[in-house]
Design a binder for this molecule. Structure first.
Ligand code: X5A
Ligand code: ZN
Length: 699
């Protein structure tokens, strides 16, 4: 692609192709091809690949940004600087062991770590990545540069004191922070804010500064209740630091994927920015992963280049603009190239790229923001005020059924507009997303009823104002993040359960998250956490049976399947839940062992149309579990009845004995009986006889 701006992937931006009228800020850039010498030798498709930084560099060159920046040479980090955060043992591993080993030796060593590969050039790349971040951080701290972006790999934020992890060898950002604080005291950098917006938790960085109040570490990441990489509790919001560092570690753990611009901006407005004001950093280091970007294959989130540019723009007023960005993750080449381009434009001082935040923050976003603020309120009084739980009443018809909850989100859009339209003067760069209580302050003159900002008597007044804003809001609400899911959540189906999901409590785990007795691990739940709107029991002339020998939910034992080839001698009891097609997709994903919510539905409207004539459809799920065969069981009150079971070829294998027929384990069996008894068509005795027959009678 040429630098003339004809590139399809380059962003529309004033000043991208033409020189801006005002003088560029001095922005440092580092890129070095030698960092491509680190690559996965066994796995040509490894997401953390050399082309990542090549794609970024190419896009910065072709849009003309590279020319407008100060391009610096990459530098090797010195061992004594690395040793500020890593053990000598770890340095020895990266410096000597992996360079001196044979390829098979490297493979063996790498396999003893979590998500790590090594190649011949890994050591050199790791030294250049760490050294380059030090280099730009030093130049920015000295004032030779206003800000900078280090396009480095391998990434760093998962690297622990004594071990590489999660594609990371040296913790580049932590090393640079420690370097400024300990080796360049003369530069007067006493307080550092590290913003880690990589979609994964920055476990390594957190640990390195956990008791250090000079470093405020802020990480926003998918946590999915501890099931998302790097898994466990370290990324939880309760991890706020220790000793003198209490209050200086802030985690914002998403409960689910699909978070996008508005979710991140809500967190910026309600947590990060107020606290950054209070902390008043001398410099900001950004662990800039772009795996929360839309279309990233690992992240499952939806941040756009516009979103990243606003997140960055909102940090520019701090530390007199001294911002050092270092690449972490990000695995869709186009997404990372466009996102970095958007950020470098902001650093250069260009006017913002076109875009607008879409839709409203998720209900879960407000929940998480609330939890984080509660946890940190004692340390940061600025966020001590309570975010009210329910301020406005139910959304109006055109607003309802939004996949994004009505608690807060509805009002958030209103407030955005309120600020943009009601306030005098030019509209702000980006809508400031306000909590409902803070909205009342913006729409001042409207009395708020109590100190918690939870209006009772004042509700009508606020609602009136919101109502009058409806017309202005409409253009906002019609901007859809994901056309598909907007459609899916308006379409109802009956999900017919024949296994443990016949027990309402068990099934609700797929909707609301959590686990019931006997389950080995919790579910993430659906994006739409509303309960089934109707429940009905029915029998079908199909055969229930139990096969295979293990489930991740229940452990060892058989799993319930339905043999859907109609046989009038058979009778299966099914519990029908009326849920949305979107919820059905979320159930389908969880049944097939995925903790992800994919942004593209597996079973969409087209599939729903098709299944009526084809009877069953095998769907693609990320992990392809045992329940990927969606079966159509007819209509009930004009609504399609769907269930999910194994493939017909699996059924053949069960018949021939290639796959085992097995009874369910005790906990699973109990839940099944409980579910059937809830339906009131069977007594507990009849239910257990029905279950027993299902694994004793031959198929
Ligand atoms: C830096 C980064 C992700 C590791 C995922 C391992 N690491 N499954 O994004
Ligand atoms: Zn990541």
């Amino acid at each position: 692609m040429e630098s003339s701006g004809g590139s399809e992937t380059s962003l529309s931006r004033r000043g991208c192709d033409n020189a801006p009228t005002r003088k560029d800020r001095r922005v440092g850039l580092i890129y070095d091809e030698r960092m491509c010498g680190h690559y996965a030798t066994e796995d040509g498709d490894h997401p953390e690949c050399p082309d990542r930084i090549r794609a970024i560099w190419k896009s910065l060159e072709s849009c003309g940004f590279a020319k407008r920046c100060v391009v610096l040479d990459a530098k090797n980090a010195e061992d004594n600087h690395i040793a500020l955060v890593h053990s000598r043992n770890h340095i020895n591993l990266i410096k000597n062991t992996i360079s001196k080993s044979t390829q098979s030796g490297r493979r063996r060593i790498a396999s003893s770590y979590n998500s790590i590969y090594f190649s011949k050039g890994s050591s050199e790349a790791a030294y250049l990545a760490a050294g380059s971040v030090i280099e730009v951080a030093e130049k920015v701290a000295e004032g030779q540069l206003d800000s900078s972006f280090a396009i480095v790999r391998p990434p760093g934020h998962h690297a622990e004191v004594d071990e590489p992890m999660g594609f990371c060898l040296y913790n580049n950002v932590a090393i640079a922070a420690s370097f400024l604080l300990n080796e360049r005291k003369d530069l007067g950098i006493n307080k550092i804010l590290i913003v880690d917006w990589d979609v994964h938790h920055g476990n390594g960085t957190q640990k390195m500064f956990y008791s250090d109040p000079r470093v405020l570490f802020f990480s926003v990441h998918r946590h999915d209740f501890g099931t998302f990489y790097p898994t466990g509790d370290n990324g939880s919001y309760i991890m706020i630091g220790e000793g003198p560092g209490v209050g200086y570690n802030i985690n914002v753990p998403w409960e689910n994927g699909r978070c996008g611009d508005v979710d991140y901006l809500a967190v910026w407005d309600h947590i990060l920015i107020p606290i950054a004001k209070e902390f008043n950093p001398d410099i900001i280091l950004i662990s800039a992963g772009f795996d929360a970007a839309i279309r990233d294959p690992l992240g499952g989130c939806r941040v756009t280049p516009y979103g990243y540019s606003i997140m960055l723009e909102k940090l520019m007023p701090f530390a007199r603009g001294k911002i050092v960005m270092a690449l972490e993750g990000g695995y869709n080449l186009d997404s990372i190239a466009n996102s970095v381009q958007a950020c470098v434009g902001v650093l250069l001082g260009d006017s913002p790229i076109a875009g607008s935040p879409q839709s409203y923050p998720f209900e879960s976003t407000w929940r998480v923001i609330h939890q984080v603020r509660q946890e940190l309120r004692a340390h940061w009084p600025i966020i001590a005020s309570k975010l009210p739980n329910k301020v406005f009443s139910k959304p109006s018809p055109q607003m309802d059924a939004s996949e994004r909850g009505f608690v807060g989100p509805h009002s958030a859009a209103a407030e955005s507009v309120a600020r943009t339209r009601i306030r005098p003067g030019p509209p702000p760069l980006a809508p400031v997303l306000l909590a409902p209580s803070e909205a009342t302050a913006v729409l001042h003159q409207i009395p708020s009823s109590d100190s918690d900002g939870e209006p009772e008597n004042g509700t009508a007044t606020i609602l009136d104002v919101v109502q009058t804003l409806e017309d202005i809001i409409k253009p906002f609400s019609s901007l859809k993040v994901d056309e598909d899911s907007q459609e899916l959540q308006k379409v109802y189906i009956w999900y017919a359960a024949f296994g443990s999901n016949m027990s309402m409590a068990r099934f609700l785990c797929y909707i609301e998250g959590g686990q019931t007795e006997g389950m080995k691990r919790p579910c993430v739940g659906s994006m739409d956490r509303s309960k089934p709107v109707e429940i009905m029991w029915k029998t079908y002339p199909h055969r229930l049976f139990f096969g295979r020998d293990y489930t991740s939910t229940w452990g060892p034992g058989g799993v319930a399947f339905l043999h859907p080839e109609s046989n009038s001698n058979e009778k299966a009891y099914l519990c029908l839940y009326k849920i949305t097609l979107e919820q059905f997709n979320d159930v389908l994903l969880q049944e097939n062992g995925s903790s992800h919510h994919s942004s593209h539905p597996t079973f969409d409207m087209t599939a729903l149309d098709r299944i009526k004539s084809e009877t069953s459809i095998s769907v693609e799920t990320p992990k392809r579990g045992w329940y990927h065969n969606v079966v159509y069981l007819g209509l009930e009150k004009d609504i399609p009845v769907l269930t999910m079971t194994c493939s017909l070829s699996d059924i053949e294998s069960f018949k021939s004995g290639t796959l085992p027929i097995k009874p369910p384990c005790k906990e699973y069996g109990n839940t099944l009986i409980k579910g059937l008894a809830e339906g009131k068509h069977l007594s507990e005795e009849e239910a257990s006889a029905y279950i027993e027959e299902a694994y004793t009678k031959p198929l």
